[in-house]
Design a protein around this ligand. Structure first.
Ligand SMILES: Nc1ncnc2c1ncn2[C@@H]1O[C@H](COP(=O)(O)OP(=O)(O)OP(=O)(O)O)[C@@H](O)[C@H]1O
Length: 615
């Protein structure tokens, strides 16, 4: 699960980690397209086998050619051998092209499966995770791994399989001549392998360190290029300052990367030279054998060719493993991140006909946001009875939205419980399944109008009739009907034929989404903040008929609507300080009465101080 820290990347030993990452990637490719994966690996093996056969053929052709040169043989076997070599080269090329095509499609399919896995893990994470910077760093790394590293490691794996198989085939072909070439070559690769392992570990550390820098760069770029941001940026002339910040964040990252790359350059050079010295010694060995007459000329020539082939392949393998260093760690990190994806999201679907509650209560709930000095809610209790309209009031930051999110299962309380008909609710998914929320900062999907409504209940077929009915109830139908493509219009000018809505119109669309969800509990967090006075009065006047049969939790600073609620709770610094009906609370002359009269005074032209005087 995402809230498990997972094994610290870089802590496990290199072979185990690499094997784990490769198995994970191959597993993803298998899930994505097993036919292509098997075909691709088969192509690599056949191509490698072909190389070994070609080498043996070369040795025979060379022997025949030397005999022909010494007037001891005929031209026929030479011509046949050369023709067969040509055919092998043709086949090799064809296999190379076929492999490329297979790999391209397989990579895209694997990327799609991996991205979906990351999306599933992020969607299943508890809402509170999104308030932790570490979670965003992990998501950032996971997205990066899904978009780049998984396919890179897949390519590396396929290439390394081909190279290792080629090495084996070539080694098998020359074993009869110079069996000791293989261990010598492996020895030559050792220094480079060591440097690659060290680089891999440090690279991941650097990338982890730079995660926040990358997120901040992405955010700044979004500010500078986004449509929603464009107006305010121009109005305040902030573009230049934001670009300067983007530049300085880039400069920080470049400096760190530059330092890292330089610190490894000389070690890589030394490792290369050491490896080349071992290969040179092997060449000298073959020449010595030829000189002392222990191998014939054709065999020695073939061995030298093979030596060249093997050392190039081995160098490429080491290079690829080195380059795959960070990749392995990123993939390993992704594996830990996505392990157990899908088991933490709980239920969010409203099951038609699901039993509703008679009483839903928050019982002394306390909740603190990650990293916050003080709790946003302290032992807050509230009760919602079926069919009631219950209001939450209080000053900015008093905890109203947080309490609503606890009651609807979006946050788990640190202590206290939510009770359903007296029974503690263990699975917050049940609460999410029972409620529809119109959040203060509701989503504005850059999708069609119909989608914007139907997302209220995405798991059922979006019937046009039901969408339009929900839009009518929310007062959104008149303007949605006038859109160029009616409900099929995309609500964003960033897309062809797309249009934008006014904020008040968007608020009605969000309300329509809640109607479409058709849940027993409705949370309306400042539902009229952007509505005009007539629309606001209309919503409050009709709130009971509109939501008949449902329970409504209303958060609002508009006391004209709040006063008609069945029960009103007043929050102050995360605590419920007063509750009751409007008349009861007015008679108390407490916070509610003060807030109510302050607002009323503004409309009645009465000085607020006079209005809030008791009596
Ligand atoms: N995601 C968050 N991370 C950290 N602190 C938060 C977060 N959201 C809210 N808070 C803090 O929790 C407290 C309660 O916030 P909440 O949004 O519940 O208040 P509210 O009563 O709904 O305010 P408003 O009337 O302004 O909408 C505030 O002090 C706020 O700063």
């Amino acid at each position: 699960m995402v809230d498990r820290p997972g094994p610290a990347p870089g802590a496990r030993r290199w072979p185990g980690q690499t094997l784990g990452a490769v198995t994970f990637v191959v597993g993803l490719a298998w899930r994505a397209d097993r036919v292509r994966l098997v075909a691709l690996l088969a192509v690599q093996l056949v191509a490698a086998l072909g190389l070994g056969v070609a080498l043996l053929l070369l040795r025979t052709v060379l022997g025949d050619a030397l005999r022909l040169a010494g007037d001891r043989g005929s031209i026929r076997p030479v011509v046949t051998g050369l023709a067969l070599l040509g055919l092998a080269a043709l086949l090799g090329n064809a296999l190379h092209i076929a492999g490329g095509v297979l790999e391209q499609v397989l990579k895209l399919r694997t990327e799609s499966v991996t991205t979906d896995l990351v999306a599933a893990t992020a969607s299943a994470a508890e809402l509170v995770e999104f308030d932790r910077p570490e979670f965003h760093d992990r998501v950032e790394r996971a997205v990066r791994a899904a978009e780049q590293h998984v396919t890179t490691l897949l390519t590396t794996t396929v290439t390394v399989v081909r190279m290792l198989a080629s090495l084996l085939a070539v080694a098998a072909a020359v074993t009869m001549v110079t069996w000791w070439l293989l261990p010598v070559l492996l020895l030559a690769a050792l220094p480079a392998l060591r440097v690659a392992a060290e680089r891999r570990r440090r690279d991941f550390g650097l990338q982890t360190e730079l995660a926040e820098n990358r997120r901040s760069r992405r955010y700044l770029l979004q500010l500078l290029t986004g449509r929603r941001e464009a107006a305010e940026l121009r109005a305040y002339g902030t573009g230049g300052e934001l670009r300067r910040r983007l530049g300085s964040r880039y400069a920080e990252a470049i400096e760190k990367e530059r330092h890292f790359v330089r610190s490894f350059a000389w070690r890589t050079i030394v490792a290369r030279i050491l490896g080349d010295l071992v290969v040179a010694a092997a060449v000298a060995g073959v020449v010595l054998l030829l000189h002392t007459g222990r191998v014939e000329f054709a065999a020695a020539l073939t061995a030298l060719g093979a030596l060249y082939l093997m050392s190039t392949q081995l160098r490429l393998v080491v290079m690829m493993l080195g380059a795959a260093g960070g990749t392995v760690l990123f993939v390993d990190d992704l594996r830990a991140f996505t392990a157990g994806a899908g088991d933490g999201g709980g239920r969010t679907a409203v099951e038609p006909g699901a039993p509703s509650f008679t009483r839903l209560a928050a019982d002394r709930v306390t909740f603190r946001y990650p990293g916050a000095a003080r709790p946003a809610l302290s032992e807050a209790s509230l009760e919602l009875r079926a069919g009631q309209v219950v209001a939450l009031v209080g000053e900015n930051g008093s905890g109203k939205s947080t309490l609503a999110k606890v009651v609807t299962g979006l946050y788990r309380p640190d202590s206290g419980v939510v009770r359903w008909d007296g029974e503690p609710v263990r699975d917050p998914g049940v609460l999410r399944a029972t409620s529809a929320v119109v959040l203060q900062d509701f989503l504005r999907y850059r999708l069609t109008a119909a989608d914007n409504v139907a997302m209220g209940r995405a798991e059922v077929a979006a019937e046009t009739g039901r969408i339009q009915a929900a839009a009518r109830l929310a007062g959104a139908a008149p303007f949605l009907d006038r859109l160029p493509r009616r409900y099929d219009t995309v609500l964003s000018p960033e897309f062809d034929d797309g249009v934008d809505l006014s904020l008040g119109q968007w608020q009605r669309v969000a309300l329509a989404r809640a109607f479409f969800r058709d849940a027993p509990l409705l949370v309306l967090d400042e539902p009229t903040a952007s509505l005009d006075p007539r629309a606001e009065a209309d919503l409050f006047a009709r709130i009971r008929t509109l939501f008949a049969g449902r329970t409504v939790l209303l958060i609002s600073h508009r006391f004209s609507g709040v006063r008609y609620a069945d029960h009103i709770y007043v929050l102050e610094s995360g605590r419920i300080t007063e509750h009751g009906g409007h008349d009861e609370l007015m008679a108390l002359h407490g916070t509610y009465a003060e807030l109510y009269l302050t607002q009323a005074a503004a409309y009645l032209d009465v000085p607020a101080t006079a209005a809030v005087q008791p009596g």
